[in-house]
Design a protein around this ligand. Structure first.
Ligand SMILES: *[C@@H]1O[C@H](CO)[C@@H](O)[C@H](O)[C@H]1NC(C)=O
Ligand SMILES: *[C@@H]1O[C@H](CO)[C@@H](O)[C@H](O)[C@H]1NC(C)=O
Length: 829
């Protein structure tokens, strides 16, 4: 009601004040004029928040009271509660601000806001009512309880989604109070205010455009609340929005097709290439894992893809098996979204394959007589590498009689290219070497073993061109003499040699009765006992034959020489030996020293040393009278014969050959030293004395035999005794004739010679030289019936009945040949 009154007065004054703080001045003005109109009551209007001591109103003036009255009346303010704000200055009669007044705390939202109090005076008591209206000043800004608000919003939030914001508060009232809100920026959200029943507003933010975490993950918005004061005040709140990811992005490969090149045989673990897929999502939604999605083609075993997209070689890749690989790769995020791409891996060839040699067919053996160009093996060669790495050349080792021929497309044949000979090389190792043209070149080889089979193309070959062996006569039959040996260069049966004696005839007798040959061993056996005196040597042929079909053979000549053995005693030709040596040589008593009494002539049918005879005087009546020429058997006187020498001289000469052991014969030579034949005869009757002696001897022997028989002497002794007895009886028979028996004696070989009865003997001997014979030899010339005696050198060899000795001394040049002629067959000179 009071305000209306002020407003009613005021218009004429309003223009006098400046626009600012116009209300306040109006109040001051009104204060000055009010007391006249309203007795006992005065009103003031002041702005809140005035400083202490600020003037509120001249209460004395307005109430029409002088200062004295105020003092005397002890004017004071009476209030029930708000005294503290306003103070009365009695000296000046004005009201001043005692305490700062905050309208908001005094009245809150209540309006109008006024302080009511009384001024009380005493003497007399007066009571005045004072009302001080507190006018709002815009001293409060809109405020929010929190200065920050956080939201976490999924990027999948739909348009129109509401998000409630905090309301702001402004303690001021009226236009100084909260007036409006703004939100910035407004790209995604728009502010929406709802009036509420209490007049306040509900503040919301609406999603007007979808969120995309991938574009903007964090947003900062500013909500501003403004009042209508002047100056305008505002408060803000920070709105932080975190956009929560949803798996709204699939991984994306950086390329739709990847390409890579890798050499075959690259080691395990080689990095083939790296692929990558990106996923715009965050966290698990953006975590990409890779996998190889090939199935069944084995690629997934060969390659492995790591978490970081590196494609690693896991297995062995072989250009020859596959020249490229298509790897289907997938990238998958944790949310299961995926992308696929393809990796094409080209494999490059490396010369990693040696040529492969296959033996299509082969012979393990061929005949040595195979023709040239005989195929030994067929071979195929293959190299899986490509281009030059797969170009192959083949060859075989040198120095063998084989060559390699290339037929078509990798086929080769190995053929013989010259003659084979098992006896030189019985087997070949054919090494086939094939190499490709790669760098470095790879090669492989095989060795074929080829046996050369034997063909009977070699005859047995004797180790010597001829054989000669000697055998000592009187051998035991069956004695093995020596062995011939032949070797056949062929093999097995073709080289199995048997020895065959070639039929021939020796002295009219088949060779097989002389010798035999062991077919297996080639040992030659004597079939019979040989007698050098009959056959001195013989030749035959032995054939060696192999077991081939047809067989081949060769032969060799074998000579067997019979060696002499001293198996014949010297045979004394002269003087002829009879049981009673009544023959005597007559030596005249006038004979000079060196008189040739006679010559002992002996032969030995052996040869060589075995027939080389020497003569020795064994016994003699007078050793001082005669000597025997050791070599010629000539008996000569060695001193003058004297009258004292007995007429009858008996010499025993031993003829000994030079064999080992030597054999010998003895001969008794009776010599009569007489000048006439009758003288000699008379002397020789004395030889009958011997008969008496012999009779006595016979008697004793018979007696001895009788005794021996009684003593049961062994039968051999008895037989010998009987023989002895018989021999004696023969002697007795001849002697009983009373004549001088002359029994010619012939060596066995002279048996064909007809006997003569003549006693006459003639001997000649001749010295002559030979130069051709270097042997000390005694040659025996067979006797025959011719009775020509010629001492011609040229004829002497053919002379019959001649016995010659060629003597050679140790120096070998002086050879003496002696020829003796049987006195019994040389009838004429
Ligand atoms: C062939 O090779 C074998 C070993 O494999 C060897 O014993 C033989 O002596 C070789 N032969 C030739 C003729 O080289
Ligand atoms: C013995 O060999 C010779 C050649 O050494 C030959 O001429 C002759 O015919 C052969 N004789 C026989 C019986 O085989």
């Amino acid at each position: 009601m009071d305000n209306h009154r002020f407003l009613w007065i005021a218009p004429s004054w309003i223009v006098a004040f400046s626009a600012k703080r116009i209300a306040w001045h109006i109040l001051l003005f009104l204060s000055a004029i009010a007391p006249r109109a309203a007795y006992g009551q005065v009103s003031y209007s002041i702005a809140e928040e005035m400083a202490k001591g600020s003037f509120v109103g001249n209460i004395a003036q307005d109430l029409g009271l002088d200062l004295k009255r105020l003092k005397s009346g002890k004017a004071r303010i009476y209030t029930t509660d708000s005294t503290e704000y306003i103070e009365l200055n009695r000296e000046r009669g004005v009201l001043v601000i005692k305490e700062r007044i905050d309208r908001e705390s005094l009245c809150g939202q209540t309006t109008p806001c006024a302080l009511h109090f009384q001024i009380i005076l005493e003497n007399p008591m007066e009571l005045y009512r004072v009302t001080v209206e507190i006018v709002d000043v815009n001293d409060n800004a809109p405020t929010f309880k929190n200065n920050e608000k956080r939201f976490e919003i999924s990027e999948s939030a739909v348009i129109g989604s509401k998000f409630v914001l905090e309301k702001a508060m402004d303690l001021d009232i009226g236009t100084n109070g909260l007036q409006s809100y703004t939100l910035n920026p407004t790209d995604n959200f728009v502010l929406k205010l709802h009036n509420q029943a209490d007049g306040s507003k509900k503040v919301e933010m609406l999603l007007q455009k979808p969120l995309d975490r991938e574009k903007e993950e964090n947003m900062a918005l500013l909500l501003t609340a403004m009042d209508g004061g002047d100056p305008l005040m505002s408060g803000t709140v920070q709105i932080s929005i975190t956009v929560l990811d949803i798996n709204d992005n699939a991984p994306v490969f950086s390329k739709s097709v990847y390409k890579s090149i890798i050499a075959e045989n690259s080691p395990k673990g080689t990095l083939v290439t790296s692929v990558s897929a990106s996923d715009a999502d965050k966290g698990g939604n953006g975590e990409v894992s890779y996998l190889i999605s090939n199935t069944l083609d084995g690629v997934s075993e060969l390659f492995h893809i790591k978490e970081n997209g590196d494609v690693i070689l896991e297995g062995k890749i072989d250009y020859e098996a596959a020249k490229f690989y298509q790897i289907d790769i997938e990238a998958v995020d944790n949310g299961g979204l995926s992308d696929s791409s393809r990796l094409i891996v080209d494999v490059t060839d490396v010369n990693d394959n040696s040529p492969v040699i296959n033996v299509v067919s082969k012979s393990t053996s061929i005949n040595e007589d195979s023709a040239t160009n005989t195929i030994v093996a067929m071979i195929s060669v293959d190299d899986p590498d490509s281009d030059t790495n797969g170009q192959v050349h083949c060859g075989i080792n040198d120095n063998i009689p084989f060559t390699i021929k290339s037929t078509s497309n990798g086929f080769y044949s190995i053929v013989t290219d010259s003659a084979l000979d098992r006896e030189t090389d019985s087997e070949y190792n054919i090494t086939l070497m094939c190499s490709d043209e790669g760098v470095p070149s790879l090669s492989s080889n095989i060795t074929l073993k080829l046996q050369i089979t034997d063909v009977n193309d070699n005859a047995p070959l004797f180790q010597k061109s001829s054989y000669e062996a000697s055998i000592v006569e009187n051998n035991s039959p069956g004695l093995s003499v020596f062995a011939v040996r032949a070797v056949d260069a062929d093999w097995k049966q073709n080289a199995r040699v048997s020895y065959i004696l070639d039929e021939s005839v020796i002295n009219g007798v088949a060779i097989s009765s002389y010798v035999s040959v062991n077919a297996e061993s080639g040992v030659i056996h004597a079939v019979r006992s040989f007698d050098y005196e009959q056959i001195k040597d013989f030749q035959f042929r032995v054939r060696a034959q192999d077991g081939g079909s047809p067989p081949l053979s060769s032969n060799v000549s074998v000579k067997i020489i019979i060696q002499d053995q001293n198996d014949n005693v010297p045979q004394i030709l002269y003087p002829v030996q009879t049981s009673s040596s009544a023959v005597a040589e007559i030596v005249p008593r006038s004979a000079d020293i060196g008189y040739l009494v006679t010559k002992v002539v002996a032969v030995d049918v052996d040869s060589g040393q075995n027939a080389w005879l020497s003569y020795k005087l064994q016994k003699a009546t007078d050793r001082a009278l005669f000597e025997v020429g050791a070599q010629n058997g000539e008996i000569r006187t060695i001193r003058q014969v004297t009258d004292k020498d007995a007429v009858k001289q008996k010499l025993t000469v031993v003829v000994e050959d030079n064999g080992q052991p030597s054999r010998s014969a003895t001969v008794n030579v009776n010599v009569a030293l007489a000048d006439s034949f009758p003288e000699m005869l008379s002397e020789f009757t004395e030889f009958t004395h011997d008969k008496e002696y012999n009779d006595n001897l016979t008697f004793y022997l018979v007696l001895a035999l009788a005794v021996v028989s009684f003593l049961f002497i062994v039968s051999i002794i008895a037989i010998l005794s009987v023989k002895c007895y018989r021999w004696r009886r023969e002697r007795m028979f001849y002697k009983s004739n009373g004549q001088l028996p002359v029994i010619p004696y012939y060596p066995p070989l002279y048996a064909d010679v007809g006997g003569t009865g003549t006693l006459q003997h003639v001997y000649n001997y001749e010295h002559y030289r030979t130069t051709d014979s270097r042997k000390s030899d005694m040659k025996y010339v067979r006797p025959c019936n011719q009775s020509i005696l010629s001492l011609d050198n040229t004829d002497i060899q053919t002379l019959p009945h001649a016995h010659s000795e060629k003597l050679i001394d140790d120096s070998g040049d002086q050879v003496r040949s002696l020829y003796y002629f049987s006195p019994f067959r040389v009838t004429k000179m």
